[in-house]
Write a protein that binds this ligand. Structure first.
Ligand code: ZN
Length: 168
């Protein structure tokens, strides 16, 4: 999208947190939910919140990145939110990007991009989502973003394939 900042590559120090997000995504899938997981670290690098997708109950807004935004608004000062980093197995959707920016959270690092997920879904003939698949930068241009992480692509793809009922 014209004018959107270009995400950078994740750093080696990001990998441990991205690894945990993919594990949370697998937990979600094993529990009958969509394979997405996310966590938040504070300025010291401590994990302060983590969650996984919980849309299986019928509320399609129960994305972990949205939960992070709500948790941060309730528990962190504006300065703490700005210094916090969000890690996620899949790039924020437009709803979660907006929530993230509205509460003033800082950097985002994702394992797989929305562009990748959209391509996989197209390949598998999965019906498109009801929300336009915008990159974070198109919704929240002030957020520093890194991703995708190539070393996790195959694993995240396989989780989404399983969720789509595709054997890979
Ligand atoms: Zn979302």
């Amino acid at each position: 999208m014209t004018g959107s900042p270009i995400p950078t590559a994740p750093l080696p120090t990001d990998l441990v947190h991205l690894r945990r997000c993919v594990d949370l995504a697998r937990e979600a899938l094993d529990a009958g939910d969509e394979p997405f997981g996310s966590l938040l670290i504070d300025a010291d690098g401590t994990v302060v919140f983590e969650d996984r997708n919980r849309v299986a109950g019928g509320d399609a807004t129960r994305h972990p990145e949205f939960e992070i935004a709500r948790w941060a608004a309730e528990h962190l000062s504006p300065a703490e939110r700005a210094a916090a980093v969000t890690y996620t197995s899949g790039e924020h959707c437009a709803m979660c990007s907006a929530a993230h920016a509205w509460v003033g959270l800082g950097r985002i690092v994702y394992a797989a991009s929305t562009e990748q997920l959209v391509a996989w879904h197209a390949e598998w003939n999965v019906a498109p989502a009801p929300v336009t698949p915008l990159p974070i930068g198109a919704v929240a241009p002030g957020i520093e973003v890194a991703g995708p992480e190539p070393s996790l692509t195959a694993e995240v793809r396989s989780l989404h394939a399983r969720n789509a009922g595709i054997a890979v």
